[in-house]
Design a protein. Sequence first.
Lengths: 439, 189
Amino acid sequence: MAEEKSVPVDTRGSAEAGTTRAGDQRRRFLRRGAAFGGMAITGGVLSASAQAQTLKNAADELAVPAWSKQPGDDVLSKPYGLPSAFEKEVLRRSRGSVFPGAASSMTPLQDSFGIITPSGLHFERHHSGIPRIDPAQHRLAVHGLVSRPTIFTMDDLVRLPSATRIHFLECSGNTGSEWKAPTSKSVQLSHGLLSCSEWTGVPLAVVLDEVGLSKDAKWLLAEGADGAGMSRSIPIHKALDDALLVYAQNGERLRPEQGYPLRLFLPGYEGNTSIKWLRRIKIGAEPFQSREETSKYTDLLPDGTARQFSFIMEAKSVITYPAPDHTLRGAGFYEIKGLAWTGLGRIKRVEVSVDGGRNWREARLEGPVLDRALTRFVFPWKWDGSPAILQSRAIDNTGYVQPTRQELITARGLNSNYHFNAIQSWSVNPNGIITNVHA
Amino acid sequence: MALSQMFMRNFAPVFLLAFGIGSVHAQSYGIGHVVSEKDIAPWNIDVSADGSGLPAGKGSVTEGKRVYETTCIVCHGVNGQGKPADQLAGGQGTLKAASPVKTIGSFWPYATTVFDFVNRAMPYDRPKSLSANEVYAVTAYLLNLNGIVGAETVLDAKSLPQVRMPNRDGFVPDPRPDAAGIACHSNCK
């Protein structure tokens, strides 16, 4: 049935039991939704056919419900608020892993609105699980080629001048599953290593000024307090330009999954460089050649060489509605919605094709259009019920145009794993079922 | 406190920063606890490609085989063949193949990185639990499995940085943008 199709099916087999239960709940909810007149919950869109059914059953629908005939829950019934119980299917999901602490989970982009990712839905990628860190005991050591090796407490860092900015964060492996074949049956699994938050912290430049950089300072090593001691070398120019030492996200302290109590944040750079649970910054003259910048996070090319320090996440976009997570309920009007982003600056334009890339028209940017933040685009579409292939293409303010998969393969072959930012294709069949295809 | 002192304490640093004359010779805010490099030593665990950061100690291939077979083999398999965790040995000559096998021997550019990573992150369930001697030893064993050092090798802070890895020159800078698209608008295919 169409309702069954709405569940990201390739998740249910591999994810943990909690996710499977959520999938069951989602199916039940969708069936009930259909019974009550086909209110389309996917993407919050009431389709034309759903409206027609709703009107037919108006008398039943407008019976005064129980919740209108009694007081609801008390203030502070939930001292920390949670989403409605009816939104239980909106969850991070994982492909599963032999080492559950060294794995990733994806943001449910198919159920996202606007540009901010709720903190509890921000994607995860950990290399040795989520440490439980007491902020009173946490320290940041800054040393190496500096005048004054210094240890900062969290109170010290919060006392320093702060900055708040909205930025996306994307794993360099996001969409890497799609290099060789269209594998993901959900936009959550294909593109969900992507989130966007408001981040607050102290500019790293302020801290580096405090410790006094040597004139030989060219790179720094950022190191986490997690079991992996996750570590990456960062060019000093990036550290002085726009790097933040972040302690807050979306108006509250960082979530543990995002590095509580302190993380590095490097706007526009691949996610793993924004070291979480940051405990140490060492200034040096050369890169430190950690495992995460040699064995991993390097891009192997057909000639056997590998690109190193490929930091920037280039312009990319994806249609988040409709996606394989959704089913169209008959011909008629749909608003195609999606996200675009670039690690080089701002999104200038997004274009949409509904015929597999033959013809393109400009989408409307919903705004705000911020520097290295997710940008929401919308595109009105009247579906005639015939097969269609939906694509989006981002163009950023450097003039860079999001490439096709073939253009990426021509430049990099099939084994570079990371930085796959090709145009994504969703195929719509006459039954409204949407699948991931290479077109 | 005199008003002028208060001004200096509270506002002078802001002016210094604002006018770009924040000096490497003085703190702007006086926040944080200045220490010596020696104080940071317990956390100063990184090892660079030139060997700086390597601790005292040594380890042999033979001792490393013992460490590997008691500590590492459960995840990395017999002779570093992998599963469930990464394959650590073999794969040399496959980087141009359709299915490249990236191991310490075929891909890693620096032997020092093996020491650094094992020392900070391995074994997965007990990171930072091996002694310096054990890390030197298991590094020697892994290099021996890959045919990079002989069976009699003993590694220490002097000899490890001198090990030349087969893929030492296999890494190139990032040249992107290398694959930008074309903004065609009609009859594009």
